[in-house]
Design a protein around this ligand. Structure first.
Ligand code: HEC
Length: 129
C-alpha cells in the first residue's frame, strides 16, 4: 500500500515519456527541462525567417503562416495542420515529436532546437484556437 502511494507520488512529479500522450503532457516534459514556456516566443520562432548558407528558411515555409492550415513539403506533399485544434493527432506521440523537431530544426537552423524552443513552440500551437 505504502509503496504504491510512493510510486503514484513520483509519477505525478515526473511524467514518464510513455505517459506523455497529450499536448499538455508533452509541453510539461519540455518545461521540466527548460522552465516556463512562452507562447508568444513560440509564435515568433514559428514565423522567423532564418538565413543560413545563403538561403532563407522558416518553420512556416512548410507549415504555412497559419498553423491551422495544411502545409506542403518541398516535394509538394501535403502536411496536415500542426495546431492540435485542427489536427487531434498533433503532439500526442513524444517519439514522433522528437523525430520531427530534430529533422526540421536541423533543416532550418542547422542545429537541434533547445528544450526552451521546443517548449515555446508547443505552447504556441496549444494556444491556437
Ligand atoms: C521542409 C519542410 C518543413 C520545414 C521547413 C519544417 N517542417 Fe515540421 N514537419 C514537416 C513534415 C514533412 C512533418 C511530418 C509530416 C506530418 O506529420 O504531417 C513535420 C512535422 C513536424 C512536427 C511533428 C508534430 C507532431 O506531433 O506530429 C513538429 C514538432 C515540427 N514539424 C516542427 C517544426 C519546426 C519547429 C520547424 C521549424 C524549425 C519545422 N517543423 C519546419 C516539414 C517541415
Amino acid at each position: 500500500m505504502k509503496i504504491l502511494t510512493i510510486i503514484l507520488a513520483l509519477g505525478a512529479v515526473a511524467v514518464p515519456p510513455a505517459l506523455a500522450e497529450t499536448p499538455q503532457q508533452i509541453l510539461a516534459l519540455y518545461q521540466q527541462q527548460a522552465g516556463p514556456a512562452s507562447a508568444a516566443r513560440g509564435e515568433a520562432f514559428f514565423r522567423a525567417r532564418i538565413s543560413r548558407d545563403g538561403q532563407t528558411g522558416s518553420c512556416a515555409s512548410c507549415h504555412t503562416d497559419n498553423p491551422k492550415a495544411a502545409g506542403k513539403t518541398r516535394a509538394n506533399k501535403a502536411i496536415e495542420p500542426l495546431a492540435p485544434v485542427a489536427n487531434a493527432e498533433r503532439f500526442t506521440d513524444p517519439a514522433k515529436v522528437e523525430k520531427w523537431f530534430r529533422r526540421n530544426c536541423k533543416d532550418v537552423l542547422g542545429r537541434e532546437c533547445t528544450a526552451q524552443e521546443k517548449a515555446d513552440f508547443v505552447a504556441f500551437l496549444i494556444s491556437v484556437k
